[in-house]
Design a binder for this molecule. Sequence first.
Ligand code: NAD
Length: 453
Amino acid sequence: MKQIISAQRKFFTTHQTKDISYRVSQLDKLSKTLKNNQDALDKAIYDDFKKSKFETYITEMALLFNDIEEAKKNLSHWARKQKVSTNITNFPASSYIIPEPLGVCLVIGAWNYPYQLSLAPLIAAIAAGNTVILKPSELPSRTSAIMAKLINDNFDPSFLKVIEGGVEETTELLKQKFDKIFFTGSTKVGKIVYKAAAEHLTPLTLEMGGKSPTFVTEDANLKMTVKRLVWAKFLNAGQTCIAPDYIMVDKNVENKFLELLIAEISEADYSFENGNYLQIINDANFERLSSMIIENKICYGGDTQKSKRYIQPTVLKDVTFEDAVMQEEIFGPILPVISYETLDEAIAKVNNLTRPLSCYVFTSSSKTKKKILKEISFGGGAINEAVMHITNPRLPFGGVGHSGMGNYHGKAGFDAFTHYKSILDKPTWLELPLKYGPYSKRKLAFLKWIMKF
Ligand code: NAD
């Protein structure tokens, strides 16, 4: 590890990564490597958790290719020196900001979208001109191995290197000095990473999770609501950081909503064979999720098969905030539904929990929409839609409070790996004597007149 970091540091000081053409060539190489090895990438993710080619394309590869193209298209603009006006105090001078790469970066990935969550931050880091060490999650072992092979076979390790491993290797990596750490994962491990980063005063982005609420109000278009909601919730078998975690539904439409919700899930016919459903990642998560299913509150589903790590899409009703399923992020295919009598009461309940990564509002009332957006703090979200906000690279993606710190995607990703160096550039042909001694009342009065305060 130390050797790789020191080789990357040495390479960074050659300033090659600062050339836009170098960054573009590395992004092109990454794009080509992924395209040329699509079959191997598809096989690895299928072996890890039965993810189909279709879902792999729409939730992993398409987003990555989009990020690469977006970065290539905008890179010269993002990385340009930006002129700003100069204040009167500094007359005559010019002022500008130089975006510069931070240096040697560590990207730590999570398991649930193993390609997207490891490679999207990596693309941003390369675009911004850094060198990168990527540590993917060890849980989906085949996807971790294929990323390590493809990257380590195709890239110079002093520019880009994958180091595989779990807690032990990550702990060791975190002892080293980096110029930026980008972490995706749980709030619990996020705190560990934050402490380690503090030791070297390393800037940090934390992309974490939380319980993302979904509001379904009395005036919502229920048919469209369940269509969009069901897709978003059971995508990746609910193992999505921005999945709707639980539903807050207006009591007046609860029965109708549940009826339509169940019809929609049945019609989707989730199964491994259909390619629209995934295994739970491992036994520990299977056990954790199974224990959240409250027998007498099952309104749909509830079937589990340990040998296949299968949990049927499950809807729970009459759930309370005291139930086990409401004590932590679900991160699986269980959907608790809680009814409310007044929106104020529902908002208060949601605000009692830590600030979530996402929030979704299904309503046709712009007043309700505005009220929720104003009164609840969360990372990002959607109105009459769920999850899809992540696909717009113009929307910075990230959490707030317990769900995260910092943003990425598109320009926000470039910013996450960039230092903005501010320069005041002064000519020598004029020097006003104002700031120099001897100080006098007249000078002070003149200064106050110029400054206007
Ligand atoms: P995790 O925190 O267990 O693991 C994340 C990474 O940290 C892995 O690479 C792992 O090897 C490493 N790690 C684990 N324990 C460690 C330790 N003690 N010391 C140092 N490193 C350690 O998270 P996970 O299970 O991979 O992912 C699930 C969580 O991630 C959920 O909370 C989910 O909401 C969140 N998540 C957030 C986003 C986002 O973009 N905000 C995306 C996906 C997942």
